[in-house]
Design a binder for this molecule. Structure first.
Ligand SMILES: [Zn+2]
Ligand SMILES: [Zn+2]
Length: 335
C-alpha cells in the first residue's frame, strides 16, 4: 500500500502531496505509523540542496515519533503498538570499528533517514529496527520528537567530552538545539550560560536552565565573558566572532560546533595554543547514546518546547523555521 507524504520536487520548491510504494518490509525492519515529526534546520538545507546530497522527490523529516504498525520476521526488540522515535540515522554496517565501539554515528556506511530515502513528513515510514528507539512513558510525544535529532545532537558532545557537575558550560544560540542544551547542561549540574543574539530570549533562556545570559550582539558583553567557560557548545547556523568566543574559554576549554555556520572559521593558532584550547565538532550520536539520552530526558524532565501544526500545513511550518520564528521547535502532527 502506498505511503502518503509531502515532498519537494526540486531545490527550494514548496512541499506538495506525494505518495510512494515502499519496498517489501525487511526481516529486521519495522513500519511505524507516524504521529509527530519535528522540523530541523537540516530539513530546510536538504529541501534547498545546500549540501549537494539531496535526491528528489525529497521527503524531509528526521525527528519522528510514532507507533510500530508492523515488525519484520527477525525483529524481537519491538512489536506492533510500541511507541518509538526515529532520528537522523537510518542504518549502519554494524561491524566496523566505529559500530563495534558504540560510535555507530561515525560508521562510513551510515545512511540518513531522508537522504536517498523518504523521511518523516509522512503518514508512515519503514526503517531498520535498530534505529527505532522505544520512548520512555514519561516523555510526551509532542515534546519528545525533537529529542531525536536536536536532543541527541547537543547531549552527545556533553557526554563525549566528559562534562561534569563542577564545570561551566556555555550554549551559543538559543533555538531548537540550544534550548535543549541549556536543559541538559543544567540537569548535569553545570553552571550554564546562554550566549544569544536575541536579548528577547533572556527570560526564557533563564527558565530553560541558564544562570547567566550574554547578548553576543554586544561586543562588550562578550568581552566581559572572557575566560569564563570550560566548554562552549555552538548551535548557531550563522557566522559569529569565533575568536572572541574562544576568548570566553578558560584554560583547557573546548569550543564544540554542532550548528553548521556558512563561512570559514579563521582564527590565529595562538588563540588555541595559549590556554591549550580546542576547537571541535560533533554529529548526532550513536544508538547507545540515544537510548541513554531518552532515559536521561525522562528522568530529568527535559522537554522540547514545540509549536504544533497539522502535517498538511507543512509549508507554513517550514516558513517559520526559515525565518527563525519557531519557539523553539516546529512540529507536524498527524493526529
Ligand atoms: Zn536534524
Ligand atoms: Zn559501521
Amino acid at each position: 500500500m502506498s505511503i502518503h507524504c509531502y515532498a519537494a520536487r526540486g531545490p527550494r520548491r514548496p512541499l506538495a502531496p506525494f505518495q510512494y510504494r515502499p519496498a517489501p518490509l525487511g526481516a529486521r525492519e519495522v513500519e511505524v505509523a507516524i504521529t509527530h515529526c519535528g522540523i530541523c534546520h537540516s530539513d530546510v538545507h536538504l529541501i534547498n540542496d545546500d549540501w549537494g546530497i539531496s535526491h528528489y522527490p525529497l521527503v524531509p523529516g528526521h525527528e519522528i515519533v510514532g507507533v510500530v504498525s508492523k515488525a519484520g520476521a527477525e525483529v524481537d526488540s519491538l512489536k506492533a503498538g510500541d511507541r518509538v522515535g526515529i532520528g537522523w540515522q537510518r542504518s549502519s554496517c554494524g561491524v566496523c570499528e566505529w559500530c563495534l565501539s558504540g560510535s555507530d554515528n561515525l560508521c562510513p556506511d551510515s545512511e540518513a533517514i531522508c537522504v536517498g530515502h523518504h523521511g518523516g513528513f509522512a503518514e508512515r515510514i519503514r526503517c531498520d529496527s535498530r534505529y527505532c528507539f522505544p520512548l520512555p512513558a514519561a516523555l510526551g510525544s509532542e515534546n519528545a520528537a525533537p529529542l531525536l535529532c536536536a536532543g541527541i545532537t547537543v547531549y552527545s558532545p556533553l557526554r563525549h567530552h566528559g562534562i561534569t557537575a563542577n564545570m561551566k558550560v556555555g550554549v551559543v544560540g538559543i533555538g531548537g538545539l540550544g534550548h535543549l542544551a541549556l536543559q541538559f547542561a543544567r540537569a548535569m549540574g553545570c553552571e550554564v550560560t546562554a550566549f544569544s543574539s536575541s536579548p528577547a530570549k533572556k527570560e526564557e533562556a533563564l527558565a530553560f536552565g541558564a544562570g547567566r545570559f550574554v547578548p553576543v550582539s554586544d561586543p562588550k558583553a562578550l568581552r566581559r565573558a572572557a575566560g569564563s567557560q570550560d566548554f562552549i557548545l555552538s548551535t548557531v547556523c550563522a557566522d559569529i566572532d569565533w575568536a572572541e568566543l574562544l576568548e570566553a574559554l578558560r584554560p583547557n576549554g573546548k569550543l564544540c560546533l554542532v550548528g553548521v555556520s556558512p563561512g570559514d572559521i579563521r582564527i590565529s593558532p595562538d588563540a588555541l595554543i595559549a590556554g591549550q584550547k580546542s576547537l571541535c565538532g560533533s554529529m548526532i550520536g550513536g544508538r547507545a547514546r540515544m537510548g541513554e539520552m531518552l532515559e536521561f530526558s525522562a528522568r530529568h524532565g527535559i522537554q522540547a518546547k514545540t509549536e504544533v501544526l497539522p502535517m498538511a500545513r507543512v509549508n507554513d511550518a517550514i516558513r517559520k523555521v526559515e525565518r527563525n520564528q519557531a519557539r523553539y521547535r516546529m512540529l507536524l502532527s498527524n493526529i
